[in-house]
Design a protein around this ligand. Structure first.
Ligand SMILES: *Cc1c(COP(=O)(O)O)cnc(C)c1O
Length: 371
């Protein structure tokens, strides 16, 4: 067999450790997973009720035109259906957009601290990934990214900006987004993709969704997901708001049944569950404030977050801290694949989960020596 070298050398995306695996490996009954930025409240109850009903007709193929969900999104987000498309999670959107815009060897540009899926998708599609160093505060360095783009425009086809970013929780404010788009917007041979998976969790007053600039810049794409605040990560639904031409091409490339029926039904109901969204925000913000307080008590530096998670510095070998936490039934997220050797990422949970996480962390800090 001959496997293409780009594929052979791929480093796979490493998801958060599943609860069942942790239970098996460590012989534990109670395990809390605070590792994948999921919604600790579960799915929206409206979504669950809708899915119950839809179980009856699962002998049928899903609606390939995704009519209901696209029309609900259109109403709620206020964009014409022609500017909307869906993916099997935003993961699929990231992958197919890379396939659409990059010839083999062409470039995908992002931040060193940017969401890992951009790199995996670039490699899988034989594109070349360019990662600009993050700012000293661990944020996307949009100026440096624009500089890099201007020097290398001939080979860059996609710029990915996660705003807010995962795993750092950092964000670019309105002024930064606007000056960035002034430099990279409306360029011929590059698309600028703003991944806004955590949009609904943002508390910063000077944040702006790139949605606002879609009419001004013709090479701008915005990604959203149902995996985070809507609590539907298991269903796999992501959405894209983009120029019509992009949507048309995307719909030719995607599989007709990429979003299954239950997922469409669940997302459609969750979108209209305003009460659940507000409750999820409140839970997140309260948990983050608790995290900050606890981390300060423990003397561990952290990055203030606009997501539903916080990245903090254990000041120790994070792999060892993580292992000791797993033994106590707490799953956090190590970030070695980003080159962060002493940091962990902790997702917001329910109150008792958050408390258990910090009880375990306090014990572990005494067990694992500081570097
Ligand atoms: C979680 C996350 C997503 C969502 O991925 P899905 O495939 O929709 O579950 C996208 N982008 C970022 C930055 C994320 O953290």
């Amino acid at each position: 067999m001959k496997i293409s070298p780009e594929i052979r050398n791929m480093v796979p995306y490493k998801p958060g450790k599943p609860i069942s695996e942790t239970q098996r490996e460590y012989g534990l009954k109670t395990v809390y997973k605070l590792a994948s930025n999921e919604n600790p409240l579960g799915p929206s109850p409206k979504a669950l009720a809708a899915v119950q009903n839809a179980l009856q007709h699962q002998q049928l193929y899903p609606d390939a035109s995704q009519y209901e969900l696209l029309h609900t999104i259109s109403k709620v987000w206020n964009f014409p259906v022609e500017q909307l498309a869906l993916g099997n999670g935003s993961d699929e959107l990231i992958d197919l957009l890379t396939r659409i815009f990059c010839e083999p060897g062409e470039g995908v540009l992002t931040s060193q601290a940017g969401f890992a899926a951009y790199k995996v998708s670039a490699q899988a599609n034989r594109a070349t990934i360019y990662e600009v160093p993050h700012t000293k505060d661990f944020g996307f360095d949009l100026n440096a990214i624009a500089d890099f783009y201007e020097k290398n425009a001939a080979k860059i086809r996609i710029i990915f900006v996660a705003n807010p970013n995962n795993p750092t929780g950092t964000y670019a404010n309105q002024t930064e987004v606007e000056s960035f788009l002034e430099r990279v917007g409306n360029k011929e041979d590059v698309v600028v993709i703003f991944d806004e998976a955590y949009n609904e969790f943002v508390r910063a007053k000077d944040y702006v969704s790139a949605q606002k600039y879609l009419s001004k810049y013709k090479n701008l794409i915005v990604l959203r997901t149902f995996s985070k605040i809507y609590g539907l990560a298991g269903f796999r639904v992501g959405a894209m708001i983009a120029p019509k031409e992009v949507i048309e091409v995307y719909n030719r490339v995607r599989k007709p049944f990429n979003v299954n029926d239950l997922a469409q039904v669940a997302a459609n109901a969750a979108l209209q569950d305003e009460e659940f969204i507000q409750r999820s925000q409140q839970i997140c913000w309260k948990a983050l404030d608790y995290f900050y307080k606890k981390l300060e008590e423990l003397g561990l530096p952290y990055i203030p977050s606009q997501g539903n998670f916080v990245m903090f510095d254990t000041l120790r070998d994070a792999a060892k801290v993580n292992e000791a936490l797993l033994r106590r039934g707490i799953i956090m997220r190590p970030l070695l694949n980003y080159g962060f050797k002493t940091h962990l990422r902790l997702s917001v949970g329910l109150e008792h989960e958050n408390e258990a996480a910090f009880k375990a962390l306090a014990e572990v800090l005494k067990e694992v020596p500081p570097l």
